[in-house]
Design a protein around this ligand. Sequence first.
Ligand code: ADP
Ligand code: ASP
Ligand code: MG
Length: 406
Amino acid sequence: MARIVMKFGGTSVADLDRIRNVAVRVKREVDAGHQVAVVVSAMSGTTNQLVKWCQELSPLHDAREYDVVVATGEQVTVGLTAIALQAIGVEARSWQGWQIPIVTDHAHGKARVDRIEGDELIRRMEQGQVPVVAGFQGIEPGRNRITTLGRGGSDLSAVALAAALKADRCDIYTDVDGIYTTDPRIVPRARKLDRISYEEMLELASVGAKVLQTRSVELAMKARVRVQVLSSFEDKPGSLVVDEDEIMEKPIVSGIAYSRDEAKVTLRRVPDRPGVAARIFGPLSDANVNVDMIVQNIGEDGNTDMTFTVNRADLPRAQDILEKAKAELNYGALIADPDVTKISVVGIGMRTHAGVASTMFKALSEKGINIQVISTSEIKVSVLVAADYTELAVRALHTAYGLDAP
Ligand code: ADP
Ligand code: ASP
Ligand code: MG
């Protein structure tokens, strides 16, 4: 007998038939004698709609109220899933994040999980009850307000719950049957990976492979949670996220990811003086705006251009902060470009092999794709390109690194 956390994403709970399908899958594990806790996302499309409403009312909306709104999607699906389970004879009870509680920090919209009180859930699971837990939601201490864990955050809810419940496995059920060399929806010749290391999955997730949320992989790696990604609709083995030494074959590039959630900001003619970067990026970080790629051009006449990327959702906030600081920073112009995509190739083999970046640049230039910004890390090379070239670039790179399925 094992203790399992089963997480179902938005497409897996998109309508009542799919929720019934989830219930059947959960019942199967319960009937096999396992203790099961379920985590569900909102129905697919729901969270996007809720986010859009907040943005339409006010692009610089209050983050605490944003969380109140976007957390509602999961309230619907936990209740419905519990009802569907009860209807087929499984004892189930729904839990909102605050009821457990899942205690987070204060970073509304992208809160981190600090701790989960798991004792009551364990007690109930031992008595045969299935807790159905709302993904994505937490509660901040002190103010007792609802927080959310960032887009895709139900994965983090599931992994954090698996750690708190000391579960043997955390199974992430989704609309693909595993982790692929790249998004199978844009590269039909992507290959399914039986196993991938925590390090590579973390890097792929952090650069846009949304099959698992970044923080969920980070926590799984730290708390040694065994994560498996598998299909909600087909009975097939999935992909396991494991330690590096559990992987035999180590290709130089294991996967390619893209992120359309980027926006490029350029500050023209910034005075090139010590401290200028701190004065630009300090206020952005104080406002919880993450800056990713950065390039500073060689200065001319005492001025320089500074280009960087932020999450597209943070662009209005970043623009607002920089426009308010225009007099102090004394820059010439601010240019914002949301029509960009970041494409990244990832592989632990890069630590010991040269030439990965040049293969990338050559493959892109052969397709006539201009590279706007480049950044690298130990096991990753990323480039920023015009959004229109996303599919073409990912497919070209997938072929260039020999990843295409036969
Ligand atoms: P869920 O709603 O179940 O959480 P997501 O949409 O968040 O599902 O994640 C699953 C999607 O991730 C897939 O439909 C696929 O398009 C995308 N994806 C991106 N990169 C990969 C990859 N390397 N392997 C598998 N799926 C990927
Ligand atoms: N419903 C949330 C989102 O769409 C969380 C999740 O699905 O993981 O981001
Ligand atoms: Mg997801």
